[in-house]
Ligand binder design. Structure first.
Ligand code: ADP
Ligand code: MG
Length: 416
């Protein structure tokens, strides 16, 4: 097997991560603010380890389709930067990268659990599992992965979690942060290492990058995404949801109520594939699109893939965009504007049972973090914050016929 000579200077790394380059702690946590260099470092370490040989990586996102745009690209960029691109072979369909020494980096999503269970490298065993955006994972996902990592190998096995600390009551906080007090932004014992970083540790950011990051005004966002602290939220609006395996249910549900919220540069477009069962008040959400920067055509193509010719109900404030969808043969219409305020709509939505498939990581995050506005004394205003509400809005548009009808009756009751 040809070996690879890696000739790189320490300067390619952000300094704060260098001690972790050869660290063999079995569980490693890299968390903090956004743009702190976590993902790039972990991609660099993967390539560095692969070039040395003796290790195979499994790099995971909760949802496989998110791999290509994130971790796959990060790793390929590093391979190019380290001058190795001509030495490796890639298979973008299978999501594998093979180094000349025979060791591999494999990518996947936990939504594709059959493949993940059976995936094996061509040589040796998987020694490293890196879960990117680990707050999207369920506790049981990580338990299963840990089981998978048991067993002997020549190299020490490692599980790495990287994420932004979206909310303090997350299972990751409860499981791994018992001894964490934030001293020096590090914690270390035999079993676990934790490193917290912020943009201040990333020497590669341009002043423009930093200005963009710091332009955020919302206190929660500043705390989590700039300072990298575990998010503390006030008055969370929705608690009426759970995650379930509903993949076997599809054929028994015929009342589709798909919803769509438009977005482009600042906000993502969101489409939800969902079904409502009026008799049980259960809303089943099977899948989602959640993406910034989609052109009309791309949004139409993705929506067609998701729901084909079934009706989708959209934000009626954007008739032009609805027209575009119709021109692409989609069965799209605007939500009717019925009576009632946002508050009453929210009241209705709080009263149903929302059941999410594990794929729906974006609406899950929104439901976990969407909160009421507060006045300056911290009292809840019963006005929702205009944050974390894109997938939620899409879901509500999809259900607009139901809540319009119901609110009509609330209103008649209120005023007779
Ligand atoms: N070692 C590095 N070399 C070059 N650029 C880097 C490096 N680390 C980070 N960056 C730059 O900083 C940006 C943010 O880093 P990233 O790893 O994505 O942060 P995080 O994962 O913490 O949000 C990257 O997109 C890249 O442009
Ligand atoms: Mg990242």
């Amino acid at each position: 097997m040809p070996s690879i000579k890696l000739n790189i200077s320490k300067k390619v790394f952000n300094k704060v991560y260098i001690p972790y380059l050869n660290d063999n702690t079995p569980t490693q946590i890299f968390f903090g603010g956004s743009s702190s260099g976590k993902s790039v470092f972990l991609a660099q370490r993967a390539v560095y380890d692969l070039a040395k040989g003796g290790r195979n990586y499994l790099i995971l996102r909760k949802v496989q389709r998110d791999c290509r745009k994130s971790v796959w690209n990060e790793v390929i960029k590093v391979i190019k930067k380290f001058g190795l691109y001509n030495h490796i072979s890639t298979n973008k369909t299978e999501l594998t990268i093979t180094f000349p020494n025979g060791y591999q980096i494999l990518f996947g999503g936990l939504d594709d659990s059959e493949r993940i269970k059976s995936i094996t490298p061509q040589k040796g065993v998987i020694t490293d599992v890196w879960c990117e955006e680990a707050t999207e994972f369920e506790e049981d996902d990580i338990k299963q992965l840990n089981k998978r990592l048991r067993g002997r190998a020549a190299a020490v096995k490692r599980l790495v979690l990287s994420f932004n600390p979206i909310i303090k009551n997350h299972w990751i906080f409860k499981t791994y942060f018992n001894y964490w007090n934030g001293d020096n932004n590090r914690y270390q014992n035999d079993r676990i290492s934790i490193l917290k970083t912020t943009y201040r540790k990333n020497k590669f950011l341009t002043p423009d990058d930093i200005d963009r990051l710091l332009s955020e005004n919302d206190p929660y966002y500043r705390d989590v995404y700039i300072e990298g602290n575990w998010g503390v939220l006030g008055d969370i609006i929705f608690k009426n949801w759970e995650i379930k395996d509903i993949s076997g249910m599809k054929n028994r549900l015929d009342r589709s109520c798909h919803g769509l919220d438009f977005g482009f540069s600042n906000d993502p477009a969101a489409v939800l594939k969902q079904y409502f069962d009026k008799s049980s008040n259960n809303l089943y959400i099977f899948d989602e699109i959640y993406e910034k920067g989609l052109t009309d055509k791309k949004l139409a193509d993705l929506t067609y893939k998701l729901i084909e010719f079934e009706e989708v109900i959209c934000d009626s404030a954007e008739p032009k965009s609805i027209k575009h969808l119709n021109n692409h043969k989609l069965n799209a219409r605007g939500a009717k504007k019925g009576p009632g305020s946002i508050e009453t709509r929210y009241r209705w939505y709080s009263g149903i049972n929302i059941i999410l498939s594990q794929k729906c990581v974006n609406i899950k995050r929104e439901l976990q973090t969407h909160q009421w506005k507060k006045d300056k004394d911290g009292n809840s205003l019963k006005v929702p914050e205009d944050k974390n509400n894109h997938a939620i809005d899409a879901s509500m548009y999809g259900l607009s016929d139901y809540w319009n009808l119901e609110m009509q009756s609330w209103y008649t009751q209120d005023y007779v």
